[in-house]
Design a protein around this ligand. Structure first.
Ligand code: ADP
Length: 526
């Protein structure tokens, strides 16, 4: 029978905790970690949309500027007091980014280029322009169709020249057939000039603190204009610029990337869940241990009551039996009588010892056990205890080996308490010795302390119980010990006494070999 462990209860408790607390928490954690990735996806999506809106607004801005120019040009050319060409020139005077205006008839023929006053003609560009307009006749027809539907569309053409510097963008729009305006008019400018003069400010404004926006020529890594220095590797999203078929506008985040933000968030969230789980687990372990300790204690107390009753009953029965026999006066043999008297005495001593232990324990529990520490000769205490206890030892078949030092050893102790501690240790040595009745009481002095050790060659104590045996009510739950009754209080009292003396207990014990319990007192010189 196992007196102190309650495996059934513990297992049931553990099962309950696992089922009611740990499993739900594990599921919840797993679920939460699962939701992290979906919220991560949501964040990415939101971010992408936000970027899209920014890119869209830039495109819209470029478009608005061009549409405004087209409207102004149309107005200027419509004025009855001057020709369309004159109107175009006036427009050019006020709009420095636009380099020239192109005018053409419906077939893309009669193409004329209007230059700003004082700017020399550039024939190379003009020639290419005419050629391209002819080639894109279809697009021009398309523009006319849009116009008839009241839609003011601007069609961009990239016009290449002999060198990159000669490349221009022409934004062509169509005019109504019945008006005085030429069928087609186009704004000619250099792309890069439009970007740096018209769009650059807007880029910085839209990018704000968090983002970086830039306009790139497709398949080129350096930006034409950017809100702040921008590397191609920083780009998160890019969109075509509606007006400029060979350019794109790109956006990136400044400092931290979205991936970094998401990763940091994920790490934070996971750490949070992990810490919560650890706290919960620690709590569960604590509760489990506590409940287990309580169950163990309850069982130990129950066992204790039965042990103590037994301990009380046995000497009482003996005393009564011997006293009755003596009282009847039937015993004539003097030696037998003496034997009976000494048995009665021994049993009374045993009872006193037990009752003392119980009283001391209850005082100790209530924190009411007073100790009066006075410098005492430790040799005297040991000698006194041995001489009082000798009959008991001898009766149990022990002839103790006593080794006391030559010199006096003084320690500040409570004489009564130490005597009691020693008696408990002697009592244990006797109780837990098998057939080998060996007992040694040894006292030593070192520079700092006085040591008293009691050694037996009894059943010994398995290492896993070396600390537990000092707990109240604890008794080693195996074999032999159950034939020997005890309260399980002795060593807890010894420990309490030693703690009160600022001393310590050392235990050396090997199962089936024997046990040494050493009491170490800090020494005082008398
Ligand atoms: P009790 O002896 O009344 O059971 P103690 O507190 O004195 O209580 O001892 C606690 C337990 O420690 C004992 O039940 C026993 O199992 C073990 N023990 C104590 N002293 C010895 C010893 N000298 N040899 C073997 N086991 C011991």
């Amino acid at each position: 029978m196992n007196t102190l462990r309650a495996p059934g209860t513990s297992r049931r408790l553990m099962l309950l905790i696992v089922l009611l607390v740990l499993l739900p928490v594990l599921f919840l954690s797993a679920y939460q970690i699962g939701t992290f990735s979906s919220s991560e996806e949501m964040m990415r999506d939101l971010y992408r949309r936000q970027l899209d809106v920014m890119l869209y607004s830039l495109n819209q801005y470029a478009w608005d500027v061009s549409a405004y120019w087209a409207a102004t040009l149309r107005l200027q050319m419509q004025k009855p007091e001057r020709s369309a060409e004159q109107g175009a020139r006036m427009f050019l005077d006020r709009t420095p980014v636009v380099e020239s205006i192109v005018i053409a008839d419906s077939a893309g023929e009669n193409v004329k280029i209007v230059l700003r006053e004082g700017v020399p003609a550039y024939n190379a560009v003009q020639e290419t322009l005419v050629a391209q307009l002819r080639r894109h006749n279809e697009s021009l027809e398309q523009l006319l169709r849009y116009r008839s539907l009241e839609y003011r569309k601007l069609e961009p053409f990239v016009v290449g020249g002999p060198s990159a510097a000669d490349q221009r963008i022409v934004l062509i729009f169509a005019n109504d057939s019945g008006s005085v305006l030429p069928r087609f008019a186009g704004l000619v400018f250099r792309e890069e000039e439009f970007i740096t003069k018209m769009l650059a400010g807007r880029l910085a404004e839209a990018a704000g603190e968090e983002f970086v926006l830039g306009v790139f020529r497709k398949h080129q890594s350096s930006a034409i204009a950017a809100s702040s220095p921008m590397r191609e590797s920083e780009i998160v999203q890019r969109r075509d610029l509606w007006l400029f078929p060979d350019l794109e506008v790109a956006i990136g985040s400044r400092g931290v990337t979205l991936d970094e933000i998401i990763r940091a968030r994920l790490v934070r969230n996971i750490a949070f869940v992990a810490v919560l789980n650890i706290i919960l687990l620690a709590g569960v372990i604590l509760v489990y241990r506590n409940v287990r300790a309580q169950t163990e204690l309850a069982r130990a107390k129950a066992t204790f009551v039965s042990n103590v009753s037994h301990e009380l009953r046995t000497p009482l029965a003996l005393i009564r039996m011997f006293a009755e026999t003596l009282e009847m006066g039937r015993l004539k043999n003097e030696q037998k009588k003496q034997e009976y008297y000494s048995t009665i005495l021994r049993e009374t001593e045993r009872l006193t010892h037990l009752v003392n232990n119980l009283l001391n324990f209850s005082r100790m529990e209530a924190g009411r056990k007073p100790y009066q520490l006075v410098p005492c000769s430790m040799r005297d205490i040991v000698r006194d205890v041995l001489s009082t206890y000798m009959p008991h030892l001898q009766h149990a078949g022990f002839t103790p080996v006593v080794e006391l030092p030559q010199d006096e050893a003084v320690a500040a102790v409570d004489r009564e308490a130490i005597a009691e501690a020693l008696i408990n240790l002697l009592d244990n040595a006797v109780k837990y010795s098998g057939p080998k009745k060996y007992l040694r009481v040894k006292m030593m002095r070192t520079a700092n302390d006085v040591r008293v050790e009691i050694t037996d060659q009894g059943i010994g104590i398995a290492p896993q119980y070396h600390t537990k045996i000092f707990e109240a009510f604890f008794r080693v739950p195996s074999g032999f010990v159950h034939d020997t009754k005890g309260s399980g209080l002795g060593l807890s009292l010894v420990k309490h006494i030693m703690d009160a003396h600022g001393g310590r207990i050392e235990l050396e014990s090997i199962p089936d070999k024997g046990t040494t319990v050493r009491l170490v007192f800090p020494s005082r010189t008398a």
